[in-house]
Write a new protein. Structure first.
Length: 114
């Protein structure tokens, strides 16, 4: 199974981006899906997670600005990033839990700068 993330880029403060992460290969039932990020010199942190039932949880600093969603038919998880701030600059990575195994995708760079 491979996860392919896309949608990162350079955006001005206050702007928006939509990240996507699609799974391919021998996909079984997907439990949780999530997005993490890591900024230079900072720890890897969980940004948002969505369960198979649709429950979501967010990092406090992104609540009200970011929205995680999933399309099970496409084995894809999305992260809508609105009202972006310079401190949101980081490499964003996706993961999916499949039958007790956590699968990670490669990161996509998000840079928020004027």
């Amino acid at each position: 199974v491979q996860l392919q993330a896309s949608g990162g880029g350079l955006v001005q403060p206050g702007g928006s981006l939509r990240l996507s992460c699609a799974a391919s290969g021998s996909i079984f039932s997907i439990d949780s899906m999530g997005w993490y990020r890591q900024a230079p010199g900072k720890q890897h942190e969980l940004v948002a997670v969505i369960t198979s039932g649709g429950s979501t949880n967010y990092l406090d600093s992104v609540k009200g600005r970011f929205t995680i969603s999933r399309d099970n038919a496409k084995a894809t998880v999305y992260l809508q990033l609105n009202s972006l701030k310079p401190e949101d600059t980081a490499v964003y990575s996706c993961n999916m839990m499949m039958r007790g195994v956590m699968v990670w995708g490669q990161g996509t760079q998000v840079t928020v700068s004027s």
